[in-house]
Ligand binder design. Sequence first.
Ligand SMILES: Nc1nc2c(ncn2[C@@H]2O[C@H](COP(=O)(O)OP(=O)(O)OP(=O)(O)O)[C@@H](O)[C@H]2O)c(=O)[nH]1
Ligand SMILES: [Mg+2]
Length: 249
Amino acid sequence: MNQNDLEKQMRLGECFHSIRVLPHAWTIVRVDGRSFSRFTESRFAKPFDLAFSELMVTTASALMTELNGVYGYTESDEISILLPRAWDLFGREVEKTVSVSAGIASAAFTEAYGQAAHFDSRLWVGAEDTDVVDYFRWRQSDAGRCCLNGWVYWTLRQNGMGYEDATKASEGRTKAWKHDTLMAHGINFNDLPSWQKRGLGLYWGEERKDGLNPITGESVPTVRRKLIVDREIPLHDRYSDFIAELLKP
Ligand SMILES: Nc1nc2c(ncn2[C@@H]2O[C@H](COP(=O)(O)OP(=O)(O)OP(=O)(O)O)[C@@H](O)[C@H]2O)c(=O)[nH]1
Ligand SMILES: [Mg+2]
């Protein structure tokens, strides 16, 4: 087989590489820590550790910068990055976007923490602005559910229950039962930090600074893009309104 034929033949084996996200579709990259239940077990406080959350923010910041994200959202061990509607990174290739984003997240977390950690990655695609609003409402509601379940589980464990009993104890229980159980142990769910219950957001704002004109030596006001980390994101319909506002052209 000559070199050209071999090249053509071998490229056929890379068939997944040509799959692209449809033009104009909204795209969200979601990375998730691999086996983080085990990874976090002996390294971070349960159910929530601010130091872990800060590592996730560092990782989300790297993704926002490298992928030119519009909005970032993180809860637990996952990060969602909304790309601009017209993104053209890597020609919108799925394989490349998924693999590079997992690489960025793994490298940023590992560099910040000093021990190797891995992330997987997937793409979510939506046609309408309302789909994007629904997506973030979905992740936010997941954060709320996991936060309540996590606090109940670890409160029972820290009060002497074993793994199986603590898991069974809250199976099929109502939200009210879970709130009451926490209250009985002196924890008012409503008073827990917002970032634990709702997750947190990252978006671009502006920062005004005085720069120096290198020719005249004069001070000139400059405006720079700055990543804002919001640990007190709005809830329910106010969150929908916030996301909808971000999507406006
Ligand atoms: N200790 C501690 N654990 C956390 C914190 N935030 C998230 N986690 C853990 O991260 C894990 C995330 O769960 P999953 O992503 O479903 O599970 P996983 O083990 O990462 O499995 P895969 O994602 O399928 O690889 C949960 O077990 C959480 O308890 C934290 O602040 N402290
Ligand atoms: Mg995970």
